[in-house]
Design a protein around this ligand. Structure first.
Ligand code: UDP
Length: 459
């Protein structure tokens, strides 16, 4: 990897919800390791900054400084229970809050911001960068396919029309013949067109082609066909992932609720790991169905559970503790668990970070997607890469879960999925080596954009 001496000041604008801040900080850590003289001002909400900077062990990265920005909530605000409301308030205030924060950081550091990195969701960063006449590098924190869908938003709407036919295929898009209109995120299909998230995603799709470069937390060989199409849409398209594998690696978490020790007593590829990410949760009847399937099938499991324990079948938690067949924990060291050879399947909501972590762990997936990019990710896992299976009928039932667990843990199909995923795992490991594509794209980002000798011609 090339090392650069360059005294640039980079502002990093975070979308501070769900798991978005974490890949952005990993991205910045990765750049800062290659260009240690660059100063990064990292703008996010106070709560997110404080937990993230502890978790991502930022010690030794003196050139990355967190700045807290306003959450946009009115003083009298009381949470209504609608998780989209704080996002809406934040987005309304964000352009002004970020500008204020940048002015403060510039005064403190004594150096004008010369490059804007943002979460791709923050489409208005395009206008800010153009006003400041500096490069804009948005990071897309999901996979190639959802990104392509958002950039092709208007084409899709035109082709699908107002029919609302969920079974219509997307064969008019290159590489999407196995996909259905029902796989699309709300706001692109006929649902929720006017919601704040749909409006944000639509604007993002229009602005991204104006970015100096679009970076993605993925590796090129995972989805070559779509990566090729995306390269035609952007000035530069840079694969910078998987960010959990790029140096400097995060230190191993020592406090893991005893999961790794417990795993050590099991046969290879025999344990199910269950997690639905930081936002999604199974409705009570599905939660009960999954618990019954695990118990009746005798499948050993680790379940990262954030919810109401009363929703489990009566006595499930007590029996699990007594017979030692499973562990239910409030938070798991997911990447370490997925890298343990005893884990044979991941029951997931198909969030992008979880998918990448499962691929780099070599673990096939049982998919129970909820919303946003998750249904599209599930279809990709099942129909394109063939490294995952959806739960029968889209919801967890006891018999459907048992079938999927048996298929992944003890059938020929499960073994084949593991073989296919191990090829992707190897591609991911190659991508982050010194000669790999991710390293090459990182060097392009640092040498041609962040520490550019002169303005690139496409600016
Ligand atoms: N995660 C974790 N431990 C848990 C549950 C989740 O470390 O017990 C992490 C997981 O490793 C992943 C992130 O939380 O990096 C979830 O991100 P994802 O994109 O999969 O889903 P989201 O939370 O955005 O829906």
């Amino acid at each position: 990897m090339s090392h650069k001496s360059c005294s640039q000041h980079v502002a990093v604008l975070v979308f501070p919800f769900a798991s978005h801040p974490s890949p952005l900080l990993l991205f910045v850590r990765m750049i800062s390791a290659v260009a240690p003289d660059v100063k990064f001002s990292f703008f996010s909400l106070a709560k997110s900054n404080s937990s993230l900077f502890t978790k991502c062990n930022i010690k030794g990265f003196d050139n990355i400084k967190p700045y807290d920005v306003w959450d946009g909530l009115p003083e009298s605000y009381v949470f209504s229970g609608n998780p989209l409301e704080p996002i809406d308030f934040f987005l309304k205030a964000a352009p002004g809050s970020f500008k204020k924060g940048i002015a403060e950081a510039e005064a403190e550091i004594g150096h004008k911001v010369g490059c804007l990195i943002s979460d791709a969701f923050l489409w208005f960063a395009c206008d800010m960068a153009e006003e400041m006449q500096i490069p804009w590098v948005p990071l897309w924190t999901s996979g190639q396919r959802p990104l392509f869908i958002h950039v092709a938003n208007d084409v899709i709407k035109e082709k699908l029309g107002a029919s609302g036919d969920k079974d219509q295929t997307l064969e008019f898009l290159p590489g999407f013949s196995a996909f259905l209109a029902s796989d699309l995120p709300g706001g692109i299909s006929t649902e929720n067109l006017g919601s704040p998230i749909a409006v944000m995603m639509h604007k993002m799709g229009l602005k991204l082609p104006r970015a100096t470069a679009v970076a993605i937390n993925s590796f090129q060989d995972l989805d070559l066909e779509v990566a090729f199409e995306l390269k035609k849409k952007f000035h530069k398209f840079l694969h910078v992932g998987p960010l959990t594998l790029t140096p400097p690696l995060l230190p191993k978490i020592s406090e893991d609720n005893g999961c790794l020790e417990w795993l050590g007593n099991h046969k290879p590829a025999s344990v199910a790991y269950i997690s639905f990410g930081t936002v999604a949760a199974l409705p009570p009847h599905e939660l009960a169905a999954l618990a019954e399937a695990l118990e009746e099938g005798g499948f050993p499991f680790i379940w990262s559970f954030r919810g109401n324990e009363k929703d489990f079948p009566e006595g499930f938690l007590e029996r699990t503790k007594q017979n030692g067949n499973g562990k239910v924990v409030p938070w798991a060291s997911q990447t370490q668990i997925l890298n343990n050879a005893c884990v044979g399947v991941f029951v997931t909501h198909c969030g992008w970070n979880s998918i990448l972590e499962s691929i780099t762990g070599g673990v096939p997936m049982i998919c129970r997607p909820f919303k946003a990019d998750q249904p599209l990710n599930m279809r990709t896992l099942e129909a394109v890469w063939k490294i995952g299976v959806g739960v029968e009928g889209g919801v967890v039932t006891k018999s459907g879960a048992m079938k999927a667990l048996q298929l992944c843990l003890s059938s020929k199909e499960g073994k084949e999925m593991r073989e296919r995923i191990s090829v992707f795992k190897e591609f991911a490991e190659e991508a982050v080596k010194s000669y790999g594509r991710t390293t090459e794209d990182l060097n392009t980002l640092v040498n041609e954009i962040i520490c550019r000798p002169s303005k690139p011609k496409w600016l």
